[in-house]
Design a protein around this ligand. Structure first.
Ligand code: TUI
Length: 317
């Protein structure tokens, strides 16, 4: 087993390493989450915008592969959010993360069931609101992340969130290696959440073409679309993002209609292999992600490096 670092998060959740796997919609399924949890991190199944039965199936797949702690990410804009909110109680899911909206209406029921909730938050205002609502911890997600993002960068967001709340805060957005984890821990984070790094896990069941695009990506190969709408999303540049930005910048009368058509189901299309018209959601750190590997190996490399980096940091004194 790789050496570890001390974080109160590990005792709180019964995990070995302070690493959450991002709850990536249509990507983070039972098999990937199980592999991350088996590797010592916290694997997270994304409820996406899928019916509750899909989520139940993914939870059962995970439970057949690991006895370790795991989480479910609930996308608050899902039309099935109410059913899923009940399902996670029924399935005794130990940890939840939430994204793209406000989970406070469900917090009391989740807390009463003993579930630890870690809302993903894009700014200090939402961080304070979630802490007051009873969150066990937070994931402070910078705009370096893939998918639906806020406006703050990780470097500016993390310390301001840490000063605003007194619950554990994980950093997300721009983290994929031991250096990043070390830096986050030094700033006071309880751990990190990584999505892009696990897109290329062997156990991640997305089309090979999507993984190849992540591996080939350079630092500037992602782009933000939807700034003129409420769907602000970062993904790897392709024909879809070019067309989306073209329509966004145009004066077309049916602009919103065209954008909706381009965006609808686009992430799912990407996971099925449509690398030109699908939304290849990935973070700016994709340029650092160089090869496919088992999730446990990805985690082991991160943990080997974080120990080296933290030891070297002592020489600065
Ligand atoms: O949620 C994400 N990333 C995502 S979700 C997604 S799939 C999707 N599908 C349809 C529409 C939108 C997304 C792809 N990537 N990250 C966490 C995140 N949460 N980013 C931003 C937020 C957020 C935004 C506003 C959280 C809370 C919030 O407001 C809370 C409030 O009180 O209103």
């Amino acid at each position: 087993m790789a050496k570890t670092v001390k974080s109160p998060l590990c005792e709180m959740l019964g995990i070995t390493y302070p690493i959450f796997q991002g709850g990536m919609a249509w990507v983070a399924k039972g098999r990937l989450a199980a592999a991350v949890s088996e590797g010592g991190g916290l694997g997270i199944i994304a409820a996406s915008q899928a019916p509750a039965e899909y989520v139940r199936e993914q939870i059962h797949i995970l439970k057949s592969l690991t006895d370790k702690a795991f989480g479910v990410n609930i996308m608050m804009q899902s039309p099935y959010v109410k059913e899923i909110a009940e399902l996670v109680i029924e399935e005794k899911v130990p940890v939840l993360t939430t994204g793209a909206g406000n989970p406070t209406p469900y917090m009391e029921a989740w807390k009463a069931a003993g579930i630890k909730v870690f809302p993903v938050i894009p700014n200090v205002k939402v961080a304070k609101k979630m802490a007051a609502a009873g969150a066990a911890g937070l994931v402070a997600e910078g705009m370096e992340s893939g998918g639906h993002i806020g406006e703050m960068t990780s470097m500016a967001l993390l310390p301001q969130v840490l000063d605003a709340v007194d619950i554990p805060v994980l950093a997300a957005g721009g983290f994929a290696d031991g250096r990043g984890l070390a830096a986050a821990l030094l700033m006071g984070a309880a751990g990190v959440q990584m999505g892009t790094a696990f897109l290329v896990a062997e156990e991640c069941d997305i089309a090979q073409g999507y993984k190849d695009k992540v591996v080939a990506a350079q630092d500037t190969d992602t782009v933000i679309t939807g700034r003129s709408t409420s769907h602000v999303v970062r993904s790897i540049k392709n024909q879809m993002t070019a067309r989306y930005l073209e329509v966004e910048g145009s004066c077309a009368e049916n602009k919103m209609e065209q954008l909706e058509k381009l965006g609808a189901g686009a992430l799912r299309r990407a996971t099925e292999g449509d690398i030109e018209m699908g939304a290849l959601m990935a973070g700016q750190i994709a340029g650092l992600v160089k090869e496919e590997a088992p999730a446990a190996v990805i985690i082991e490399r991160i943990m080997d490096d974080v120990v080296k980096v933290l030891k070297k940091a002592q020489n600065l004194l």
